[in-house]
Design a protein around this ligand. Structure first.
Ligand code: PBG
Length: 334
């Protein structure tokens, strides 16, 4: 690109490489395939039960049996992994979120059911307390403060029960300090040295998580509170590099940037700085924006959703968590 020996116009005509589909294909720098997709799913109690998420049209909360069926669909579409998020009934939530460490909780039962039927697809589980706490925070709260080290201890137990259930990838999304190191040690001590760690390393305190919190019912619990004492300030970029460096030093196998589209600059910096498997989460609010506009006829859904994947790849992402994963996989196959 810095080679100045290239002649300029009219010798150079950039449009030659764009003139026909074959030459566009030949010179394309980024490609999206189903291998790039991770499908996040919401699991709810019950059987044969499906509850739409109003702020995420096209996304349903599914009971375990329907999650297992959806995982079969993911496999058939060539999607390599799914991520499971529980909708915890109110009566199981508590101040300390101890349901997170129940080896028979909804997430653990789901992972077991998936693994019984499909052992050749990756299952990713979040580690954080927000699905289980009455206050909706990701950690243990004392006198209005989110306690770091006490929370990390519980997260280690949560990671342990999930690994025991057969989860392949533990994904800490809590943003407590030192949690990757602690979870790695806890898993290794219990013989789970082959369980992968995908750290939500650069996770921002973003308003784009709104629909997710509706889906799992943590919006009500959180009320007007926020997560700014542990999730990152959207204004910061250098800090993301420090966060990733720490998680890598603590033993993260893969890292994640979240949200996605408004944070592509962070994806690029992280990929360039570390060269690690770097994932990005196209979060609920991003899905809702595209979907909402498409449903009103303002955007062409099939085109914008695939374009958004291309943009993630161009920015350096190795894969994308997206609620549209099955639809994208179908579009790519078409
Ligand atoms: C839980 C968690 C959140 C998301 C993933 N894991 C919400 C939050 O931190 O409040 C957001 C995902 C999305 O918006 O799609 N810690």
């Amino acid at each position: 690109m810095t080679d100045r020996s290239h002649p300029s116009f009219p010798q150079t005509r950039m449009r030659r490489n764009r003139a026909e589909e074959w030459v566009r294909r030949l010179t394309r720098e980024s490609n999206v395939t189903p291998d790039d997709l991770i499908w996040p799913m919401f699991v709810q109690p019950g059987s044969a039960a499906r509850t739409p998420v109003p702020s995420m049209p096209g996304v349903d909360r599914l009971s375990i049996d329907l999650v297992v069926a959806a995982v079969g669909e993911a496999k058939a579409l060539g999607i390599p992994a799914v991520a499971i998020f529980p909708v915890t009934p109110r009566e199981l939530k508590s101040e300390d979120g101890k349901e997170a460490t129940n080896a028979d909780n909804l997430v653990c039962r789901t992972v077991r059911a998936i693994k019984e039927k499909h052992d050749d697809i990756g299952v990713i589980c979040d580690v954080a307390l927000d699905p289980y706490t009455t206050h909706g925070q990701d950690g243990i709260v004392h006198d209005g403060k989110i306690l770091n080290d006490e929370t990390v201890e519980v997260l280690c137990q949560q990671a342990f029960v999930q690994a025991q259930a057969g989860c392949d990838v533990i994904a800490p999304s809590d943003m407590m300090d030192g949690r990757v190191d602690a979870i790695r040690r806890a898993l290794d001590d219990e013989g789970f040295d082959d369980v992968n760690l995908l750290a939500y390393s650069a996770k921002y305190a973003s308003a784009f998580y709104g629909p997710f919190r509706d889906a799992v019912g943590s919006a009500q619990s959180l009320g007007s509170a926020d997560k700014r004492t542990y999730q990152m300030d959207p204004a910061n970029s250098d800090e993301a590099i420090r966060e990733v460096a720490l998680d890598v030093a603590e033993g993260a196998d893969m890292v994640m940037v979240k949200p996605g589209m408004p944070y592509l600059d962070i994806v690029r910096r992280v990929k360039d700085a570390f060269g690690l498997p770097t994932f990005v989460y196209q979060v609920s609010g991003e899905y809702a924006m595209l979907r909402g506009a498409a449903d009103r006829g303002w955007l062409d859904w099939n085109k914008v959703i695939v374009e958004s994947m291309v943009c993630f790849k161009r920015a350096g992402a190795d894969g994308v968590l997206t609620y549209a994963a099955p639809q994208i996989a179908r579009l790519l196959g078409a």
